[in-house]
Design a protein around this ligand. Structure first.
Ligand SMILES: [Zn+2]
Ligand SMILES: [Zn+2]
Length: 291
């Protein structure tokens, strides 16, 4: 067994899938020490949002998510918990008949609840917020932007982390986010560019942001050979969504471990770099004691 330990810096769980308890156990068995668990939109938990009382469904979803967090923590693995309002939720709510004004108000209310939980220390951060990475309508991008700004304000005031879900357009993506964060005066060190491409990872981490890169083998191979991994503030994520109908659709958390170990065996990466990505950068960003 290798002495290395591994982190998954952004993943999801659902009681409809394996659930956080089984995920955390399996991840630990393979050498995992840290998980950043991020809330999924309510429908992934089997919670539907009604036209009459959207907040009721969202409150239930937050409760389910907090239970998932508790379950993961009970295994002894270190866990950070983030809840947000995913850009896809904007499209979903408009699709079921909410007006843009209503969706903005719902999103603001949810972020307010989550920021309160952050302040109390129940949550470590807000995520995911950001922008749709697919074709959508202009007014929906406007809602996304307002909510991202709101999340930045809470991150600044309540000592919260933020995970951003964005299009991957290299320095173009990083530039708009950096302008917003600077206007709000949100410290760069609290913000993660999640599911980052190599270009976004390079542009964001080089100016003080953190980034999580999907732990797909070929992407990691590029990351290690292009030597961006020598940079600070880079972490690896599975972005696992724990959907039994789409198993390992992004990656499974244990697969990102296998991929790193297999690249280590090939001599593409060394133990020092893996320790930096899985321990140093993770403990710095999430403020957790290294294992
Ligand atoms: Zn995402
Ligand atoms: Zn995600």
């Amino acid at each position: 067994m290798p002495s290395l330990v591994f982190a998954d810096a952004h993943l999801h769980s659902s009681p409809k899938g394996l659930g956080a308890l089984r995920i955390a156990r399996k991840f630990m068995e393979r050498g995992g020490w840290f998980l950043a668990l991020v809330m999924l939109p309510p429908w992934h938990y089997g919670v539907s949002i009604s036209r009459k009382d959207a907040m009721e469904g969202y409150r239930r979803a937050i409760e389910i998510f907090l239970n998932e967090c508790k379950a993961a923590k009970s295994t002894g693995v270190k866990v950070a918990c983030l809840a947000g309002f995913h850009p896809a939720e904007i499209d979903k709510l408009i699709g079921i008949g909410f007006s843009p004004e209503e969706v903005l108000a719902i999103g603001e209310k949810i972020l307010e609840i989550e920021a309160g939980l952050c302040k109390e220390g129940v949550l470590d951060g807000i995520g995911e917020v950001g922008r749709q990475h697919y074709k959508s309508m202009p007014e929906r991008f406007a809602i996304s932007t307002s909510l991202m700004i709101r999340a930045f304000e809470y991150a600044r005031d309540n000592d919260c982390l933020v995970h951003l879900h964005l299009e991957n357009a290299g320095s173009v993506t990083v530039n708009t986010v950096d302008n917003l964060a600077a206007l709000v005066k949100t410290p760069r060190r609290r913000v993660v560019f999640h599911h980052a491409s190599i270009r976004v990872a390079r542009a964001s981490t080089s100016i003080g942001y953190y980034a999580t890169v999907p732990g797909k083998k070929e992407l990691l191979r590029r990351l290690f050979t292009e030597n961006i991994s020598s940079l600070q503030r880079l972490m690896i994520e599975s972005d696992y969504i724990d959907d039994p109908k789409r198993p390992c659709v992004s990656s499974c958390p244990w697969e990102i471990i296998e991929n790193q170990l297999s690249l280590l065996n090939e001599g593409i990466v060394d133990e020092d770099v893996l320790a930096r990505l899985n321990i140093d950068n993770v403990s710095k960003y999430y403020g957790v004691e290294p294992p």
